[in-house]
Design a protein around this ligand. Sequence first.
Ligand code: SF4
Length: 220
Amino acid sequence: MELSSQEHFSKAALIESVLSQGSGIMGEILLNNDFSLRHQADRIVMENALEHYYSPEAARKIARYDAQGLFRPLKTAPTLQRGWLLQLESMEQVILALDFFYPAALDLYGSFLQHKITITPLRETLDRQTGMYRITQLLKEEQAQELIAKTCSSNNGCLRKVLWSISQVQEISTLPEEKKRVSMQIDEIPLLCREACNLLVAAARPLAKKNLPVTNGPSA
Ligand code: SF4
């Protein structure tokens, strides 16, 4: 699906196009054209074995904790709990539920399709930091590469595609190519990352602190 910058982006049209084959994927969620959503790992689980919900707001509750009951600070972490079926009544409700599961992700993909997305390299994000996070500007490239590999990995970090680089001249070398490329599958709404999030910036702080020059105390 490609939208020109003149076309009005509609979340409903985007979802309808993804559902043209009957079902589609967004992150860990399987969408069906009967306005139902479930974890895609529950695709073949009998519906009567799933806990049923009927309001878009239930998505907020489902997304809040993982299967171990731990809070999910990053909604795009691959830790969405299984075992639920959200049966909604309209496209408007589906949009609302998806915005609870993955805040702003539909808009971001719409901006991407219209070539309106703004992508910010990590160095620019860190250069903007003030207060206690200003120190992250000291982060070295090898530290950044390691941190990104750990924090953004799709296996245990985050499902978003990383569109930014470290700087205008430094690419990310520690993530696989498919993690940095949007593959435009007809039945998928990809989750995109246009700049380093607060979690990554916070995790950069202790690493950058190690780069402070060592000051010698007064000699005895
Ligand atoms: S920086 Fe982007 S890809 Fe990495 S963890 Fe944060 S949101 Fe996910």
